[in-house]
Ligand binder design. Structure first.
Ligand code: CTP
Ligand code: MG
Length: 229
């Protein structure tokens, strides 16, 4: 079986979660649309997913559909939380064998990282998520500020996107009420909650999420070598 016929038999659908407002960034446009390294932030994710997926869907803020249409992208209106946006995208592509969920806020992903996540799912995992070992010491603290535990750092990984999932596993995991969706900080947690198997795919710590102005400046610095190419 050739790579392309295998892909056709097991379609991969990329989903870019780009429907947030970017409150903490505080720009005059939603975060996904800010300029980052000479192009709009979300387009870095679209390019990397398009390199290894058969279809890419962008979840956008409901009032911004026209603006993104210029880029000739497949888009759907996002939901009231991040995972609700992912659910809307999944519902619009219900036949995927593999979904790759990517936050528009992480422009430093690579097509190789997306491919590595997909391959783990195609090898049998319910989910495969990009992750980097933590470099800080992490302590658990109670409500009074008292340290109750210093966690064993060698077992801790900071979870990123991309996150690839078996199609049926993600579809089932997302069919929960809106409050459960809103409480989920990533989609893997929803799959884990149903007993799904998730593996990590080692990724560079530089695959940062743009949350604040400082993050945006750092991302531009890290993207500079790709811009110069
Ligand atoms: N996201 C989404 N739909 C939502 C909320 C968030 O698709 N209803 C997306 C964002 O566009 C972003 C990713 O989820 O790419 C991660 O969320 P976050 O970094 O929190 O982005 P925002 O919600 O836009 O930022 P803020 O929380 O500061 O408003
Ligand atoms: Mg948010």
């Amino acid at each position: 079986m050739t790579a392309s016929s295998r892909r056709a038999a097991r379609p991969r659908v990329g989903i870019v979660a780009a429907a947030g407002s970017g409150e903490r960034l505080g720009a005059d446009v939603p975060k996904a649309l800010v300029d980052c390294g000479g192009q709009r932030l979300f387009t870095w994710s679209v390019e990397a997913l398009a390199a290894v997926c058969d279809r890419v869907i962008v979840a956008v803020p409901p009032d911004l559909r026209l603006e993104i249409r210029e880029a000739a992208l497949e888009q759907i209106a996002g939901g009231s939380s991040r995972s609700a946006s992912v659910r809307e995208a999944v519902r619009s592509a219900p036949d995927a064998a593999v979904y790759v969920v990517q936050d528009a806020a992480r422009p430093l992903l690579s097509a190789e990282l997306v491919e590595a996540c997909c391959e783990q799912v195609e090898a049998g995992w319910d989910g495969a998520v990009a992750a980097a070992p933590v470099s800080d010491t992490i302590k658990a603290v109670d409500g009074d500020g008292r340290v109750v535990e210093t966690l064993d750092r060698s077992r801790l990984w900071a979870i990123q996107t991309p996150q690839a999932f078996d199609g049926a596993a993600l579809r089932a995991a997302l069919e929960v009420d809106d409050r459960t969706l809103a409480a989920a900080t990533d989609d893997a947690a929803l799959v884990e909650a149903r007993g799904g198997s998730i593996t990590i795919v080692p990724a560079p710590a530089e695959n940062i999420k743009v949350t604040t102005r400082a993050d945006l400046a750092f991302a531009e610095l890290l993207l500079a070598p790709r811009v110069e190419r």
